[in-house]
Design a protein around this ligand. Structure first.
Ligand SMILES: Cc1cc2nc3c(=O)[nH]c(=O)nc-3n(C[C@H](O)[C@H](O)[C@H](O)COP(=O)(O)OP(=O)(O)OC[C@H]3O[C@@H](n4cnc5c(N)ncnc54)[C@H](O)[C@@H]3O)c2cc1C
Length: 376
């Protein structure tokens, strides 16, 4: 009998638990620990902020869903991992003390390093949780004129919701007859696109931004926010009446002292999703040290690969599944300028780019599919 412990109940952790429950015999024990029983479907948070869906549409109760797959679910905070003793310290929650394991999967997502931007916490909105998205939505509803600044701080690695927020704001103001009273600017440390040198996406995005009269300011690495102004490390500033910024990301703190991460605490893994330098341990999702944006579909694919290889390892076989790092993203413009991009990040093949209203529909259909498939 093997005890498999999965840390984190997001896209990666949930899919890993489901796949292992399918592949391992009943004699093996699977336990998932996460700090909240609510699973959050993050790609819908822009729509939540703009009141296109409700809070209950973007989350579901993980305990009910997971239990139906014969996985033990524990709502608790992971504090520390001791690989030599093969145990995890649980700080508070339904269980306190130690959980012992034979095999471990890290799926703890990213940490928001808001402390790296002075004044971020006090003066900027963001979209990285249901509560923050609702709070930003309230500010949007009260905003009728002035300068809206939307962007990402250095290290945020999540461009899709930046563009979607700017497009949604532009459309809302048009519907309210207020578009000409508002200037919208996107700020980013990077050029337009998804950090992939993808020129076709840059061109498509540039056209969509121009059609909405949205300004794009690249090379804008914000490191300080004060009431009404954001400034960069290279001395530039921008005034705002409404500010939504994605904060810098880091890997999970629970792995940062184990000697298995890079200097931003992202965990080093190989193509089989095994942690480099630690036996019987896998890592998946936003917490791993791969280049490019951090995305939910990558976490799902990595979970499938890790589950297959962990099941093989328990059976005494060599790894059977190989991860290839691809981005598949839809940037929902709300209409015919929505963009789909597919690119294999580890090869020089150019990105495949499609554009049209269909992709708006496809993104919403995917949301419904995810809920139907995982919240039973
Ligand atoms: C606004 C927004 C829009 C997005 N849009 C898209 C999109 O269009 N397409 C796309 O592919 N991706 C999108 N993403 C990115 C996607 O949501 C993430 O890549 C994905 O959630 C990563 O999955 P994960 O399992 O690695 O981490 P998460 O989903 O973050 O899950 C991590 C889990 O670990 C738990 N946890 C963390 N620390 C602890 C601890 N110490 N103890 C116990 N539990 C802990 C957390 O509570 C959480 O349940 C978007 C994200 C946001 C915020």
């Amino acid at each position: 009998m093997a005890r498999v412990l999965i840390l984190g109940g997001g896209f990666g952790g949930v899919v890993a638990a489901e796949r292992l429950a399918e592949q391992l015999g009943d004699e093996h024990q699977i336990t998932l620990v996460s700090r909240s029983r609510q699973f959050v479907f993050y790609p819908a948070l822009v729509r939540l902020a703009f009141r296109k869906c409700q809070r209950e549409d973007v989350s579901f109760n993980l305990r009910q869903a997971i239990l139906s797959h014969r996985v033990n679910f524990i709502e608790a905070e992971v504090a520390r991992i001791d690989p030599d003793a093969r145990r995890v310290t649980i700080a508070h929650g339904e269980v306190e003390g130690y959980l012992h394991y034979d095999y471990l999967i890290f799926a703890l997502g990213r940490r928001l390093a808001t402390e790296r931007v002075t004044g971020f916490y006090e003066h900027a909105h963001h979209l990285m949780s249901v509560e923050k998205a609702l709070r930003f939505g309230k500010a949007v509803a009260e905003f009728h004129e002035g300068h809206a600044v939307i962007g990402q701080c250095p290290g945020a690695r999540l461009p899709v919701p930046i563009y979607e927020t700017a497009f949604a704001l532009s459309r809302l103001l048009e519907e309210q007859g207020e578009r000409d009273r508002v200037k919208i600017t996107i700020v980013s440390p990077d050029p337009p696109g998804l950090h992939l040198g993808d020129s076709e996406v840059t061109v498509a995005l540039g056209k969509a931004l121009a059609a909405h009269d949205i300004e794009f300011r690249p090379d804008f690495p914000i490191d300080r926010v004060t009431p009404g102004a954001a400034t960069t490390s290279n001395g530039h500033g921008i005034n705002f009446n409404l500010l939504m910024l994605l904060p810098p990301f880091q890997g999970c703190s629970a792995a940062s002292y184990l000697g298995i991460t890079n200097d931003e605490a992202y965990i080093n893994v190989d193509w089989s999703m095994r942690v480099v330098g630690l036996e019987r341990t896998y890592a998946i999702g936003d917490c791993v040290n791969f280049t490019g944006p951090k995305m939910g579909h990558m976490a799902v694919r990595q979970a499938e690969v890790a589950a297959a290889n962990l099941a093989a390892e328990i059976a005494g076989h060599i790894p059977v599944s190989h991860y290839s790092h691809e981005v598949r993203a839809v940037i929902d413009e709300g209409g015919s300028d929505s963009i789909y991009l597919h690119k294999d990040i580890w090869t020089d093949e150019p990105a495949s780019v499609r554009q049209g209203r269909f992709w708006t529909w496809a993104k919403r259909a995917q949301e419904k599919y995810w809920e139907a498939a995982h919240s039973r």
